[in-house]
Structures are given as C-alpha cells and as structure tokens.
Design a binder for this molecule. Structure first.
Ligand SMILES: [Zn+2]
Length: 240
C-alpha cells in the first residue's frame, strides 16, 4: 500500500475527532432560555410595582381629601354650635351638611381600608416576585459558570488536537496530503474508507482483484471505483 496511507488514515481520525469537538462546542447551550425567563420575571415584577405605585399615589390623594373633609366638618360644627345662627332652617341645613360629610367620610374610610389591603397584597407579591427573580438569577449565574468552563475546555481540547494534526500533516507527502484534502472537500469528513473483506467499508462495493493487486503493490494512491474514497487496507499495514 502507498506509504502515506497509514498517516493519512490517522489524520482522518484526528480530523473527525476535531469536527466532533466543534459540533459539541456549537451545540453548547449558552443559557438563553434562563435569560428569557429572567426577562419575563422582571416584566412581571415591574408590572406589579407600577400597580402598587399607582395605588399608593391614589391613597395619598384620598388621605389628603380625608383631612380636608375633617377640616370642613369641624368648620361646620363650630358654626352650628357657635350660637350665631338661630334660624331653624339654617340650622337644619348645617346639620344636613354635617350628615352628608359624615357619610362621605365613612365612604372614604372604607375605600382607604380596601386600598391598604390591596397594597399589602401587592407588597407580598412584589416580595415573592423579587425572591423568584433572585433565585433565577442565581441559577443563571451558576449555569453560565458551568457553560464558560465547558466552552473553555472544549476550545483548549480543539487547539491541542489541531496542533497534533498540523504536526502529523507536516510529515505526510504533500501530494498525497493534497489528494486527501481534495476528496475531503468534495465528499465530506470520510475521505478514506477501510478495506474490509475485500470490499470498500464505506459503500460496501466488492473491490476487483486488479484494484486489490494495485493496493498491494503500493506505488500509488488507490480510490474506490464506486464511491471515489481513498482505500486503506489495514492488513497490508503491519503495526510499527
Ligand atoms: Zn467505496
């Protein structure tokens, strides 16, 4: 067999291993799904916070109204009991004002209580959402560390094997190497097929006695007549 075939076959093993490492690297999941979850959770948290802020502003406004109403109430009360007004009609009207203010105040009180309740619920929801955010962020952080570690390991393994590949390639007859590269470019990762039971192990075509003879003579590179891959006959290549 051609003297370059053993090294070419070793080179193909290395090339295939490097390609496999590259595929694994490409498939590494950088954790986008966790980052998206964080964004979703952040949107929820912000929505609740906005709701809380709106309610809080409303409550402050209502309390102000309440204080103004109390002032008005005291004013009317003072007038009613000042003794200045004696006209029964006027007195009845003032009493009517007081009753009206009392009712409105009680309504406002009720409304404020409801608002405080709702705000308390929202505060709890904010805390829960914040906790959930922290938990996912920690999970993302841990995931990214693991990802970066695996990515760096794969990259260094690829670099190591590429160096080995370059060293091996330098030792191979340039013409034979170029032949291998051409086939690889055209047919993909498997440019060399083994001969097993006198057949090409890639396409399983039985090799002609003439081709086998040529392989044995080992003066040139032989390709399978059917799939055009270089043929490597391991039995002709006693271990060194
Ligand atoms: Zn073949």
């Amino acid at each position: 067999m051609h003297p370059a075939m053993r090294s070419l076959y070793e080179l193909q093993q290395l090339d295939r291993y490097i390609a496999e490492l590259r595929r694994t690297l490409e498939k590494l999941d950088p954790g986008e799904h966790i980052r998206e979850e964080i964004q979703r959770q952040r949107a929820i948290l912000e929505q609740i916070k906005r709701e809380y802020d709106t309610l809080h502003a409303e409550a402050v406004d209502q309390e102000l109204q309440l204080r103004q109403m109390d002032e008005k109430f005291r004013e009317v009360e003072r007038e009613l009991y000042s003794g200045r007004i004696t006209n029964p009609k006027e007195l009845a009207a003032l009493q009517g004002d007081l009753d009206y203010l009392k009712r409105r105040r009680s309504d406002l009180d009720m409304r404020l209580l409801e608002m405080w309740d709702k705000m308390e619920t929202l505060r709890q929801q904010i805390n829960q959402s914040q906790e959930r955010m922290n938990e996912i962020e920690m999970r993302y952080e841990a995931y990214r560390q693991e990802y970066e570690y695996r990515k760096a390991s794969l990259e260094s393994e690829i670099r190591f094997h590429e160096q080995q590949r370059d060293e091996l390639a330098r030792q191979i007859d340039p013409e034979a190497l170029a032949h291998y590269e051409r086939i690889r470019e055209r047919l993909g990762e498997i440019a060399i097929a083994k001969v097993v039971n006198r057949a090409c192990d890639f396409c399983h075509t039985l090799l002609t006695p003439y081709l086998l003879k040529q392989l044995e003579q080992g003066t040139e590179l032989i390709t399978c007549e059917s799939c055009a891959r270089l043929l490597y006959w391991e039995e002709l290549d006693p271990p060194r």
